[in-house]
Design a protein around this ligand. Structure first.
Ligand SMILES: NC(=O)c1ccc[n+]([C@@H]2O[C@H](COP(=O)([O-])OP(=O)(O)OC[C@H]3O[C@@H](n4cnc5c(N)ncnc54)[C@H](OP(=O)(O)O)[C@@H]3O)[C@@H](O)[C@H]2O)c1
Length: 341
């Protein structure tokens, strides 16, 4: 049964699923990204690294609604909200933890009290310490997918971290691991480990990642897609002149964050590209956000988008994409023609 915003009612569909690379771990076709629900946190210079204020009760309800709608995959990181995201996710999952696949990340050091990121740590000794702390916050005794969060880490050092992850797999503390990086060369270093299941990287209609998708195919990795909605631009709610609240990372974007300008809101050129593909994405009853997720599924059989959320309504709409599955081949081709891929 479909509601007005394209969401689905619980129990009315067989959810669209995918497998996390060579691990064989099955997940719903999309995961829920838990960065925003971590709430506010800052860099050492006071710049916002979260998405501003959140309502924890709403976050818990959103996670539980997602579970009811067939979502079985959740992505967080120890540093999101300096531990808060992991705590909220653990609370929301409660006894249903065994029914889902939990991915978290390590590599950043932070102060939970002051909510400040204090730096990175690529030492093998820190992997185990960080994992122990994540397990306590999540309220679990294993992590399904453990991910290195230092996207530009030195590849030789990262090989040692990969080997440390193999030890953790042997001990039953994690089931598989991945690197969150946009560099296929770095992802290939992790792919050499037998229990490496995925790479997490940016991919969306406005920021394609063809080289990484080739690597995923060659190395049998899942392609876990961060920022699948281009940090909100692909939901259609931002218009030229929209601005973001202070405390939201998009209001003072760091150099790696594209599509939003400091103090200037959403980039009009990006918004124009969204408008150019709106009619294809929203065909057959999909909302714009659902169409953006459907594009990722059509792009490769290995993709698993992990859209962020902060409300029950967003959870319902995003989970509703599972009912539609991938774009049709001709829709994918039409998007390519319009955007010039
Ligand atoms: N380095 C890394 O490893 C890394 C980096 C980035 C992200 N990630 C992961 O990827 C996940 C997703 O990426 P992302 O958070 O960058 O961006 P995204 O998924 O592209 O955008 C998420 C944001 O869009 C808005 N939104 C979501 N669904 C919506 C809907 N149906 N209608 C209207 N607005 C909606 C929400 O923000 P507003 O309501 O505030 O607009 C939400 O926080 C993160 O949560 C995190 O788990 C990892």
């Amino acid at each position: 049964m479909e509601t007005t915003n394209g969401a689905i009612a619980a129990g009315t569909h067989a959810p669209y699923t995918r497998v996390l690379g060579r691990s064989g771990i099955e997940v719903s076709g999309l995961g829920f990204g838990c960065w925003a629900i971590g709430g506010p946190w800052q860099g050492p210079d006071g710049s916002p690294l979260g998405w501003g204020k959140v309502d924890d009760e709403e976050s818990v309800c959103a996670v539980r609604r997602a579970l009811d709608l067939g979502v079985t995959f959740f992505d967080t990181a120890d540093v999101y909200g300096t531990g808060h995201s992991e705590r909220v996710l653990g609370r929301a999952l409660g006894r249903r933890r065994a029914d889902v696949v939990v991915a978290t990340k390590w590599g950043n050091r932070f102060d939970e009290e002051s909510k400040v990121l204090t730096g990175g740590d690529d030492s093998p000794a820190y992997v185990r310490r960080a994992l122990t702390a994540s397990l306590a916050r999540l309220g679990t005794d294993y992590v399904d997918l453990y991910q290195l969060h230092l996207s530009d880490a030195d590849p030789e050092r990262a090989a040692l971290l990969r080997d440390a992850c193999e030890d953790l797999v042997r001990e039953g503390l994690i089931r598989a691991y991945a690197w969150s990086t946009d560099d296929p060369g770095r992802a290939a270093v992790f792919a050499e480990g037998p229990h490496c299941a995925a790479v997490q990287h940016r991919c969306n209609i406005l920021q394609d990642a063809p080289d990484m998708l080739v690597l995923c195919e060659k190395s049998e990795l899942a392609s876990i897609n961060r920022s699948p909605l281009a940090m909100g631009l692909l939901t259609g709610k931002y218009v030229p002149g929209s601005t973001l609240a202070s405390g939201d990372i998009r209001s003072a974007p760091p150099s790696w964050l594209s599509g939003f300008a400091a103090g200037g809101g959403a980039d009009p050129h990006w918004l124009a590209r969204v408008e150019a593909v709106r009619s294809v994405l929203t065909s057959r009853g999909r909302t714009l956000a659902q169409g953006a997720l459907a594009w990722l599924w059509a792009r490769s059989p290995r993709t698993v988008p992990i859209p962020g959320f902060r409300t029950v309504a967003q959870a319902e709409e995003n989970a509703g994409a599972l009912e539609f599955g991938p774009l049709a081949e001709e829709e994918l081709a039409e998007i390519g023609r319009v955007l010039g891929f």
